[in-house]
Ligand binder design. Structure first.
Ligand SMILES: [Zn+2]
Length: 361
């Protein structure tokens, strides 16, 4: 199998970097159609406008309706066409960014992604999740290339609720372990080939960064302040985990996350909060050493990620329901089959229950 690594062409991160967005975007085109929801437009709209004015970049800021749906994508593409946009910019959370990626893909324009939170590793990726207008999952849209640029303003991200940054750490927590499992099995990654040593090194650095800086970053973020640790965690949550998951592989942790979406009690949780428990379950599933399991549990507790079902809102352990979760995580096409051994729902159920107990001690 060929080895493949994919990534955004440019990644920019810094405090108040939005004040330079005009200069960064200009080489891609001077007519910029940006989308942001009402809250984000209020938060950063003036700063983005000033920066574009200073760089002689013409900006049209359109309000994003809130759902990454086909009708919304089409509505915004029409706005972009009418304006004569040369570049699409998405500023905000996951759905805004996914909509911008889709608009750029269908319009054959470059796209710049500007996350205002670091709660998942999706921004750097070459995919969008499309929903119906009612907000139900519809499909994954896979692109032939990653975003042209990802811009992370650490000041803005540090000012967002801490729980979002911590959820991003939960998403990033699985990256190394899923990469390791995927490497052992030799299966293809999301990038469509075998993993490179480069992507595996980034996945490992992602985990090391979480252990070294996660708690410090959480504390600074609690005070809405940035710091070296916050900067490092934003990079880990976004870039290291982003390249890691796409180019070094997903395995059990994310499949178990997908299974957990079956539990109504878990609907209030963020993606990364469920992935954290998925990670713990994967470690039990692969019979990882206690030292490693304890390190992960200690890390989760230190930053406030759940380590057991009760903390995720499941007050009563119902084996039948958990077996449904396990079965869903083992569905055909799930990344759990990238593990280096055959995984059955019974093994997942056993691992989930054991992880739950270990994480309750
Ligand atoms: Zn994820």
């Amino acid at each position: 199998m060929d080895k493949i690594i994919i990534s955004p062409s440019k990644y920019v991160q810094g405090a108040n970097v939005l004040g330079s967005i005009g200069e960064y975007v200009k080489p891609l085109g001077t007519k910029v159609l940006a989308i942001a929801d009402g809250f984000v437009a209020e938060l950063v709209g003036a700063q983005v406008q000033t920066s574009c004015d200073q760089a002689d970049v013409e900006l049209s800021l359109e309000q994003f309706g809130g759902e990454c749906s086909r009708p919304e994508i089409e509505r915004l593409i029409e706005k972009a066409n009418a304006f004569g946009a040369e570049v699409i910019v998405g500023i905000g959370g996951g759905k805004t960014l996914d909509t911008a990626k889709a608009m750029a893909f269908y319009s054959k324009l470059p796209v710049v992604v500007v996350p205002t939170i670091a709660s998942t590793d999706a921004p750097t990726s070459a995919l969008s999740v499309i929903y119906t207008e009612e907000g139900e999952f519809s499909e994954y849209l896979l692109y032939p290339s990653n975003p042209n640029m990802v811009i992370m303003d650490t000041q803005i991200i540090a000012g967002a609720p801490t729980r979002l940054l911590v959820a991003g750490m939960g998403d990033a927590l699985s990256t190394y372990f899923e990469a390791r499992a995927n490497a052992a099995s030799g299966k293809a990654t999301m990038a469509g080939g075998a993993p490179t040593r480069s992507a595996q090194a980034l996945a490992k650095l992602c985990y090391e960064t979480l252990i070294a800086d996660g708690l410090k970053a959480k504390i600074a973020c609690d005070q809405n302040l940035s710091s070296t640790a916050v900067e490092n965690i934003i990079e880990a949550n976004t870039y290291l985990s982003g390249i890691g998951f796409e180019s070094s592989g997903l395995a059990a942790a994310h499949a178990i996350h997908n299974g957990l979406t079956k539990l109504e009690e878990c609907h209030h949780l963020y993606h990364g909060e469920k992935v954290a428990f998925g990670t713990l379950t994967q470690l039990v599933l692969e019979n990882a050493p206690m030292e490693e399991i304890n390190e992960v549990i200690t890390f989760c507790r230190s930053v406030g990620l759940p380590t057991n079902l009760k903390e995720m809102g499941v007050s009563e352990i119902n084996r039948d329901k958990l077996l449904e979760v396990a079965e869903a995580s083992c569905a055909e096409g799930e990344t759990i089959h990238n593990m280096p051994f055959v995984v059955t729902p019974e093994l997942v159920l056993s691992a989930m229950l054991t992880a739950n107990e270990l994480g309750s001690l």
